[in-house]
Design a protein around this ligand. Structure first.
Ligand SMILES: [Zn+2]
Ligand SMILES: [Zn+2]
Length: 342
């Protein structure tokens, strides 16, 4: 099969012929119809993820059809249209028993712990636990975005931050997960302040309903405090950097909630969280890591009802042959790119 492969960290990216995967016991192989390009794929390529073993095929934000089914799978058949959260839970550990599959202690992640979906086929573990049926009305390119950034943003805004109508929500970083969070927070009735270094990214955020925007070159906490009459109720670091993390905590009003959504690889420098403010203002510092498959029906219901529109976030569809250049350019070009031909 054809796949995007790298043999050294931050080295050349190329599309090559590699062996097709076989379905693991309890798992499936999916013929990939769409695979989004995400900043986490860029981190994998750069060598920021200790799980990645070379040579490697990235890609974790996928939708497609089941091509082969492994021993012991009960719920899925060849031809089923599916997507999957990027955290593939084991279904048997203590966290899974509590329904918290997104923090499964024996999780696997396509594109990180094994070869991923920037390829014609991808193997997925524990299919009965992790696969999500894609409704006929939802196209597979849009469904692919649900696997990582959109579902991650949905959980961060609605389930972790528990955003309420009328609250101010600051979103730091308007890449894929940040723009998703803007759309979801607006749909939840929140008033959104979007923050980014890029004027183009802020324009996309405005188009999705952000009421205020802040160029990140300014004093971000001061600007957010001024625009929100005292600070945001909720703030998301949707980029993942020491600066955006600290800005996110500092822009909160008393009793505000910070949610860490973007990855913070320690090699990039550790974030300095101003814990004196956390204490004095009774802030909450929360983490959000994907979303369990069993939590998808609420999200899919809102999409089907037209209340959320993840398809609007896709700015480019491209062939696999263009993926090496697009992956290398992540973070420099606003919007969301999805590979839709292999
Ligand atoms: Zn588990
Ligand atoms: Zn991702």
């Amino acid at each position: 099969m054809r796949a995007l492969l790298f043999e050294s960290f931050a080295g050349p990216l190329s599309v090559r012929e590699v062996p097709e995967p076989a379905p693991p016991a309890g798992g499936v192989v999916v013929r990939v119809a769409a695979s989004g390009l995400c900043r986490s794929d860029w981190h994998a390529w750069q060598g920021h993820d200790p799980d990645v073993v070379l040579p490697h095929v990235p890609g974790h934000e996928l939708a497609g059809t089941v091509a082969a089914v492994g021993d012991g799978v009960r719920r899925w058949r060849a031809g089923d249209r599916v997507t999957v959260p990027f955290v593939n839970a084991c279904g048997r550990c203590t966290q899974c028993a509590a329904g918290e599959h997104q923090v499964c202690v024996r999780q696997t992640q396509p594109g990180f712990t094994h070869w991923g979906s920037l390829a014609e086929f991808v193997a997925l573990d524990a299919a009965d636990v992790n696969l999500v049926a894609v409704p006929e009305a939802l196209d597979l390119a849009t469904a692919a975005a649900l696997g990582c950034r959109y579902a991650t943003a949905f959980r961060a805004v609605t389930q972790v931050a528990r955003v309420r109508a009328g609250e101010w929500v600051a979103v730091h970083g308007c890449g894929g997960v940040g723009l998703s969070a803007v759309q979801i927070a607006v749909a939840a009735g929140a008033r959104v302040v979007a923050v980014d270094v890029s004027a183009d990214a802020l324009e996309l955020a405005r188009g999705l309903g952000a009421e205020q925007v802040v160029r990140a070159a300014d004093d971000v906490p001061a600007a957010v405090h001024a625009l929100t009459s005292g600070g945001a109720h909720v703030s998301l670091d949707a980029l993942g950097s020491p600066v955006t993390c600290a800005n996110s905590v500092r822009c909160l009003r008393p009793r505000g909630r910070h949610v860490q959504v973007g990855l913070l690889p320690p090699g990039q420098g550790r974030a300095e969280v101003p814990m004196e403010r956390v204490l004095a203002l009774e802030l909450q510092v929360l983490g959000s890591h994907g979303m369990a498959a069993h939590a998808y029906p609420e999200l899919l219901g809102l999409v089907a009802a037209g209340r959320l529109d993840p398809g609007r976030l896709i700015t480019r569809e491209l062939p696999l042959d263009d993926a090496p250049a697009a992956l290398a350019a992540i973070g420099r070009r606003p919007g969301i790119a999805v590979v839709t031909s292999f």
